[in-house]
Design a protein around this ligand. Structure first.
Ligand SMILES: Nc1ncnc2c1ncn2[C@@H]1O[C@H](COP(=O)(O)OP(=O)(O)O)[C@@H](O)[C@H]1O
Ligand SMILES: [Mg+2]
Length: 255
């Protein structure tokens, strides 16, 4: 069953057409990968889906609802979480606090009812901490809860960022080049973690440049080139596709 349907998405930046007629579906429970040379529109696709920008044309249907162009926080509330291509961990607060920030939007902190808030906040904070710890345990980061995020190894910081994205229990998790800068061991750990998230019922849409990684996690791959959908298939089909190999010539990708 389709969780997400993108219909003929177009995004123009002035005269530049960054996305042109991109249509795709993501089924519930799938891990779908998106690949393509630098500048092919991968991040722009996620930015449009997650509400950072509104598409110039086209529609995003999520859980049978048209979410096209809704503000980012509304889209998050509907169950789509994301990470960014550049690491966005807060370095000078603890690992646990980094996760609690991801829950902030769920905590009712209305200031005008101070007394009710006082009683409620204690309870909510307790629940929030419990929830955050569950997620940290999943990523085997609970022992590091009290250390500053900057003191985690790089690969763990990237896992922490994903933990922050999943603490709000999204249906769909969008990852933008999650293994950028990781060493091969960290990449394997990340691949295992993404597959673990799938077993917990989270659908994953992952952009990645590293073919070894994407081949090991994705069940289906969508290839973008020059803003258009170029090809779609199983990782093996895509890896053996001569046309796909050709568009990677001269790119730093390693198809
Ligand atoms: N905010 C923006 N303003 C203008 N052009 C943009 C913006 N974001 C992306 N682009 C352009 O859109 C194209 C696709 O970029 P991007 O989605 O970042 O590619 P990818 O993630 O595949 O490397 C590029 O030509 C890029 O310069
Ligand atoms: Mg990008």
């Amino acid at each position: 069953m389709s969780l997400l349907t993108a219909k003929t998405i177009q995004k123009k930046f002035g005269g530049v057409i960054a996305l042109n007629d991109v249509s795709l579906t993501v089924d519930k429970g799938e891990i779908v990968g998106m690949i393509g040379p630098n500048g092919s529109g991968k991040t722009t696709f996620i930015n449009n889906l997650s509400g950072l920008y509104a598409p110039t044309k086209g529609q995003f249907i999520f859980n049978d609802e048209d979410i096209t162009g809704l503000p980012a926080h509304v889209i998050t509330g509907k169950g789509i979480s994301r990470t960014f291509q550049n690491l966005r961990v807060f370095p000078n607060i603890t690992v646990l606090e980094n996760i609690l920030i991801g829950l902030h939007c769920r905590i009712d902190t209305s200031l005008w009812d101070v007394y009710a808030r006082f009683l409620k906040t204690r309870r909510v904070e307790h629940q929030a901490k419990k929830k955050a710890m569950t997620v940290l345990e999943l990523a085997e980061l609970s022992d590091s809860q009290g250390i500053l995020a900057k003191n985690l190894p790089y690969g763990k910081q990237r896992l922490l960022e994903i933990c922050r994205a999943i603490v709000s229990d999204p249906y769909l998790l969008l990852l933008d080049e999650p293994c950028a800068g990781m060493n091969p061991v960290e990449m394997d750990d990340l691949a295992d973690f993404i597959k673990l998230l799938q077993t917990k019922g989270i659908t994953v849409f992952v952009i990645e440049h590293n073919m070894r990684f994407i081949m090991s996690v994705a069940q289906r791959l969508i290839v973008l080139a020059n803003g258009s959908k170029f090809q779609e298939g199983t990782p093996t089909q895509i890896q053996n596709d001569k046309d796909v190999q050709a568009i990677y010539l001269g790119d730093e990708g390693d198809l």
